[in-house]
Design a protein around this ligand. Structure first.
Ligand SMILES: *[C@@H]1O[C@H](CO)[C@@H](O)[C@H](O)[C@H]1NC(C)=O
Ligand SMILES: *[C@@H]1O[C@H](CO)[C@@H](O)[C@H](O)[C@H]1NC(C)=O
Ligand SMILES: *[C@@H]1O[C@H](CO)[C@@H](O)[C@H](O)[C@H]1NC(C)=O
Ligand SMILES: *[C@@H]1O[C@H](CO)[C@@H](O)[C@H](O)[C@H]1NC(C)=O
Length: 311
């Protein structure tokens, strides 16, 4: 109770500073405003039973917007396929905020067919991405605490799930607190208002961020989700979700590990060759049609590429 109040207060501070009107925030006002009690950390769409009686090896948490049906479909057919890697249970979840009601019937349809959408009642905007990611941490903590690993990524990404599982995650002890991705060390907040990553001094006065991983794709031991969630109750809200997660890790003294290999996690689109894509984990800005093309070519040459890589 007290913790929730803290989060509420912290959030209102940010809103005061940025001049945003905050009433209507979902889980931040449920103490003062009885109407919001029922929607406090309430999922509008949920998949409570995804992990019932099973412990997935990997949960894929994918930030999406309602309009991105084509992206979701291409991910379902490619790297997000839950039965891609034999012997490893994978759970795929797309994360949504509250969107234009014209999309609702389509989203409900998709949800009924694939059971892979979760949603909470915050406005789905860029500045609310941190709420989306916190929702994911809450879902893992509440409905799937015994999973081994979690990956947070986006719909414009190529992810080599097979490489991630078979080359990286199998080597990590499940008892370790492991967090990796494209690591950003010693980064300074960007104070240029034109930048997508602009950070007002009033919101974050320090001149360095703690280590964090680019939000395009980071992977971590599932037990970290609860630690991030708990830390978020007392860390001031920042709209840059990856920086925010970095602050939560820092609070818990969880180190951000460099990935064990050169250029495994990439924040730009790596130029395509089947062998290059067979031997990396993420590539950015891959639109849905291209994703399918890359995927098909990669599968065709998989065996040759992996053998070549071994030599
Ligand atoms: C998912 O992968 C499995 C195993 O490779 C395959 O049999 C299945 O057709 C794929 N599903 C989709 C939707 O592509
Ligand atoms: C919902 O799915 C059905 C059957 O797949 C389809 O005919 C219908 O057009 C879909 N509705 C929307 C709003 O996408
Ligand atoms: C975040 O979501 C809340 C709740 O829907 C909304 O009031 C607020 O305006 C959103 N913030 C931004 C920056 O979009
Ligand atoms: C998170 O907070 C809850 C409630 O205070 C506590 O029971 C739990 O042990 C905490 N979890 C971790 C991982 O610190």
């Amino acid at each position: 109770f007290v913790e929730s109040l803290t989060r509420c207060l912290y959030f209102s501070q940010v809103c005061l500073l940025t001049g945003t009107i905050c009433f209507g925030m979902t889980y931040f006002f449920f103490i003062e405003m009885p109407d919001y009690v029922s929607i406090a950390t309430h999922f509008l769409m949920n998949e409570e039973d995804k992990c019932k009686d099973k412990n997935p090896f990997l949960i894929l948490l994918i930030c999406t917007k309602a309009s991105e049906k084509e992206q979701r479909d291409s991910i379902r057919k490619t790297w997000g396929n839950e039965s891609l890697v034999a012997g490893y249970l994978v759970v795929r979840l797309f994360m949504l905020g509250n969107h234009d009601p014209i999309y609702t019937p389509g989203i409900q349809n998709e949800s009924k067919e694939y059971h892979d959408i979760i949603q909470q009642n915050f406005l789905d905007t860029y500045n609310n991405l941190t709420l989306k990611v916190t929702m994911g941490m809450e879902w893992v903590t509440t409905y799937c605490p015994h999973a081994n690993f979690v990956m947070k990524t986006d719909t414009d990404m190529f992810v080599n799930t097979e490489y991630l599982i078979q080359k990286l995650l199998v080597t990590i002890s499940p008892t370790r607190l492991f967090f990796t991705g494209c690591v950003m060390r010693n980064h300074k907040p960007i104070r240029n208002k034109q930048s997508k990553w602009y950070m007002p001094v009033e919101v974050y006065p320090q001149d360095r961020y703690p280590d964090f991983c680019s939000g395009t794709g980071y992977v971590f031991s599932a037990s970290i989700a609860e630690k991030i969630l708990n830390a978020s109750l007392s860390i001031k809200y920042l709209h840059l979700e990856d920086v925010y997660v970095g602050l939560c890790l820092h609070r818990n003294k969880i180190p951000v590990a460099s990935p064990p290999g050169f250029s495994l996690f990439n924040t730009y689109r790596v130029s395509f060759t089947p062998c290059r894509y067979n031997n990396l984990i993420t590539s950015h800005q891959v639109p849905p049609k291209l994703l399918i093309t890359f995927w098909e070519q990669m599968q065709k040459d998989k065996k040759i590429c992996l053998e070549k890589h071994m030599k």
